[in-house]
Write a protein that binds this ligand. Sequence first.
Ligand code: SUG
Length: 445
Amino acid sequence: MIAYEANFDGLVGPTHNYSGLSVGNIASLTHSHDVSNPKNAALQGLHKMKALANLGLLQGVIAPQIRPDIRMLRRLGFSGSDRRVLQQAAQQAPKLLTSCCSASSMWAANAATVSPSADTSDNRIHFTPANLVSHFHRSIEHQTTSSILSAMFNDDNHFCHHPPLPASEYLGDEGAANHMRFCDQHGEQGVEMFVFGRYGFDRYQSAPQRYPARQTYEASTAIARLHQLTPQQVVMAQQNPAVVDHGVFHNDVIAVGNQQMLFCHQDAFLDQANIYQQLQHKMGVDFSIIEVPNDVVSVDDAVSSYLFNSQLVTLPNGDVSLILPQECQYNASIWEYIQQLLQAQVGINRVDLFDLSQSMQNGGGPACLRLKVVLSDKERQAVNPAVFLTETLFKRLREWIGVHYRDRLIEADLADPSLLMESYTALDELTYILKLGSVYDFQRV
Ligand code: SUG
């Protein structure tokens, strides 16, 4: 079967801000309380989407979530008018308010885990939205994520939507950021690699000491079962706890895969040699691993440059490109390594750099912003066509951002009731543009 890999990127929401909410994510903590620019953030993301579409890749858009999440604040005991809810929350529980205002759904790699139909026994594409229980501001995403994904992939013949795993820290699940798929051609059966940070029931077994490990073994294995994958197609790998303690809060901060290639740091996994053996055994002789030694790229440099949070993509002309954040160019040793990588001719023959600084300052590089979905022609036809990025949609979204987004936001602005109204107006219009129907709670009351 012929199939293509599509990237669905999260559109940055109108409340994009820096609240320092993510323990273990060094960029988020470093930029806490910085002034954000939601308009620029959304345009930077949109520009990357358009550039990838121009390279001939199938590109789609995932709508953001409504923030501030007034419903959640009311559930937490704040009452009265929306204005009063926001004011009370700002005074009494500022961290709850900032959590309910995060635009974190932009990092679509955390939206869900997706298994292509070539891998699943019922030959449908399986989606499990991530419960994201490790951080409160992210744990409130999955309900709307489910609605949005169902509105985009709305055909039971081709798409199977599971509910998120139970919201328990034993079953912490962070979605595709901890999942890689290897294959020969996209439409052929592949091997899915699930990367977890710790065990749920045996939580101290080789767990990191300083920062939380977000994904559990129990969550990863549950998803492999739900997605009807056979053991021969699955590799379970544990993140190296030492690198989690250096800020590698998701696997996609230290490794990326594409077709027959794994590009990763020498210290990415626990028992790395054994993981390589399993992959080589299951994938066969054509499988290649580009392992970057620690003395060439340190873990700290990998985390600050986001070298591995790249998208590794095969272009229609056969070129393989590494889609990188521009920060890789600012670090001399990383940039030198990239030049060597290109010269070595080991299967990556170009790089494309992007300015995603607004997202990067919250720990989200090119790979975080997208959810990969492999689609055959028939499956592609079953996707809501309005979410694919065409020239027309690109222009429409650029205009829409220009009209509705602010270019400056600080924490004090989050309690401003007019920001809430601006978000309602913007997202209501967006659901018309993307033909999603009423996916937001505020549209249903
Ligand atoms: O969950 N940052 C996100 C970044 C997610 C990156 N995704 C992937 N690696 N796939 C997180 O830590 C910061 C929000 C703040 O601090 O305001 C935040 O949620």
